[in-house]
Design a protein around this ligand. Structure first.
Ligand code: PLP
Length: 451
């Protein structure tokens, strides 16, 4: 018989555990407790199979920027499916949704980032980037420039290529990663690793590790540096102000391509259209996904500079995905961008939501369990600590307190995520001041309950 929303939760959970393998989920935990069944969503609110109304302070996985339940996107998807549900963009064919979306992105992206290579996700887009930068240098007659420098604790996706770019050691430990010619330097995580340095000194020191790595590896071997403007999945790590200007200087000096992974920061998250704008970067390539379609359809891509596109376009780039520029995903993304623009959602983040949230979020640092509360735009983190003011970590079982806190949040109808003992948020960009007050009230109650 059909499996529907109307079935009892326990029955759905049993069927789920029997046949569905979940990403990034502990199987024993899943079997013991069962997965939460989300049945519908509207605005910033999820409904589960028990009828609970849950404020989603993670926008799904940092992606539902315009909020849930926008009919316009459903309409566009249905229309596009009827007209042209699928065609590819290989071998000298194209279609209107891909043309229109690429043109729109060229208009929105900063500087001379005017050309788009589509993918189905952020991971795929970063795999494209690995091949694109190596092909770029080979076509310029410098095939030895193949090393990509990334950062420890970065997240760039879960395919073997993008997982190698990422700096998550627990992923590398699965074997075969990182692939050759990927080099990781330290992250600019002052709270955890800054020691006695001021944030400014530390930001400079960590940026200079890029220069040291280039000199150690040899300038003639380094193709690119990749980083998230603000590290997201690593725990919302906002770099000291000295960090990015120094990185840009080093990339310019050694002619290293700069890849800004905007999968989270793109499309308004930090209060401007792209994290690169907020941080004052001039990337050669930007990785995009998530907020590009607000998660309504799977789509990602690489937006590349005139120079990179000219070199890559001078021959055949032997790369592409069946769903590169998928017409339904592209049409939905275009409609999402129309809504973001016409409803001035990025202005709402900058002028209304982010200032309102910032004041209340930073006040959470007064809580006995919170060592640091930081936020930029609508992405924020709380460092949980056993000893306030000393930046101390919990001695054993790192992440246990974070996990308990996440569970207390959920019990209070709030989705916050934990990364070890950091609590993080990234709510839909359309969140109202009243909803922010609810978020803060529930987060405070959860913190109180796990103290
Ligand atoms: N890059 C960043 C910065 C991300 O945060 C993510 C996903 O969280 C990815 C890439 C991978 O994107 P996807 O899960 O769509 O493959």
């Amino acid at each position: 018989s059909a499996i529907t929303n109307h079935m009892p939760t326990a029955e759905l959970q049993a069927l789920d555990a029997a046949h569905h393998m979940h990403p990034f989920t502990n199987g024993d935990e899943l079997n013991a407790k069962g997965a939460r069944v989300i049945t519908r969503a509207k605005g910033v609110t999820l409904t589960d199979s028990e009828g609970n109304q849950i404020l989603d302070a993670m926008a799904g996985l940092w992606c539902v920027n315009i909020g849930y339940g926008r009919e316009e996107l459903a309409e566009v998807a249905a229309r596009q499916m009827r007209e042209l549900p699928y065609y590819n963009t290989f071998f000298q064919t194209t279609h209107v949704p891909a043309i229109a979306l690429a043109n729109k992105l060229a208009e929105l992206a900063p500087g001379d980032l005017n050309h788009v290579f589509f993918a189905g996700s952020g991971s795929e887009a970063n795999d494209t980037n690995i091949r694109m930068v190596r092909t770029y240098w080979a076509m310029k007659g410098k095939p030895t420039k193949s090393v990509i420098i990334s950062r420890k604790n970065a997240y760039h996706g879960s395919s073997v290529g993008s997982g190698s770019l990422g700096g998550m050691t627990y992923m590398h430990a699965q074997g075969g990663m990182p692939i050759p010619d990927i080099h990781h330097i330290n992250q600019p995580h002052w709270y955890a690793e800054g020691g006695d340095m001021t944030p400014e000194e530390f930001g400079l020191a960590r940026a200079r590790e890029l220069e040291e790595a280039i000199l150690e590896l040899g300038e003639d071997r380094v193709a690119a540096f990749i980083a998230e403007p603000v590290q997201g999945a690593g725990g919302v790590i906002i770099p000291p102000e000295t960090y990015w200007p120094e990185i840009q200087r080093i990339c310019d000096k050694y002619e290293i391509l700069l890849i800004a992974d905007e999968v989270i920061c793109g499309f308004g998250r930090t209060g401007t259209w792209f994290g690169s704008i907020t941080m004052g970067l001039r990337p050669d390539i930007m990785t995009i996904a998530k907020g590009l379609s607000s998660g309504y359809q799977p789509i990602g891509g690489s937006i590349v500079s005139d120079e990179v596109a000219a070199v890559i376009g001078s021959g055949e780039f032997n790369h592409g995905y069946t769903y590169s520029g998928h017409p339904v995903a592209a049409a939905v993304a275009l409609e999402n961008l129309r809504i973001l623009e016409e409803e001035r959602v990025v202005d709402h983040v900058r002028d209304v939501a982010a200032p309102h949230l910032k004041a209340k979020w930073e006040a959470l640092s007064d809580h006995p369990l919170v060592g640091e509360a930081r936020i930029i735009g609508l992405m924020g983190s709380l460092a949980l600590t056993p000893h306030k003011d000393s930046r101390a970590k919990f001695a054993s079982d790192a992440g246990t307190v974070g996990l308990i806190c996440r569970e207390r949040c959920f019990a209070n109808n709030l989705v916050m995520r934990h990364v070890g003992d950091r609590m993080i948020i990234s709510p839909p960009l359309v969140i109202t001041p009243e909803e922010i007050d609810t978020l803060i009230a529930r987060a405070t109650k959860a913190l109180d309950e796990c103290h």
